[in-house]
Design a binder for this molecule. Sequence first.
Ligand code: PGA
Length: 247
Amino acid sequence: MKYIFGNWKMYLSHAEAVTLAQNLKEHMTSHEHEVVVFPNTISFAAVKTVVDETVMVGAQNVGWTPRGAYTGATSAAVFAEVGASHALVGHSERRHVFGESNEDIRKRLEACIDAGITPVLCIGETKEDRAAGKTEYRLKKQLMHAFEHLNLNGNDMVVAYEPVWAISKGGEGEPCMPEEAERMHIWIQEEIKQYTDQEIPIIYGGSVNAENVLTYTSESHVAGVLVGHASTKHDAFLAIIAAAATT
Ligand code: PGA
């Protein structure tokens, strides 16, 4: 079983999101994976209704308190109410475009746990971090803020290793070599052991597509993939799910 997550970001109109959901519902044949799609907040409920039980549906971003005077935010509690199973937390675009700090991310993680949603904590170093030999330093810091004294309360959690430099800006990106992803996953797994005995699957994200997905999922410490751009095309996403089925 692999985790195959599709982060639709802000790539699709509402009508396109619903059509993509219909296509997945009609054409998905392999059901042994944990497949989750993350549509935009407005399209969430419609996508959830269309896909029914075929795939799970998650939130791209959640607010950190259940309710209150927070204009523009949607709480993890509301997402849970309308059927969200997962939520992305700390995606690199949230960190780098929207300025979310490790502290903000921690609050969102706790909100997901309180709401009974599985958080998908995204971590990753920038190109500059890597060039300066600070990859492990950056990940260590992100993991420490997320996990120190965190009470998972029996909740599941997933970590996504997404090197910032490998994430595509809407198409082709510079993927991380699978052997390097595997090396980092082993390192991350060891690092997480300091904080919890619970098994936390570690998935890879950054320019994954139908051609290269197998090279990642066949690495033994890569529990699955978080796919951005390629998950917004139903043929590519179905091919990714089918390819992963062979590992
Ligand atoms: P990408 O995005 O597959 O388009 O590189 C991955 C992500 O940001 O989750």
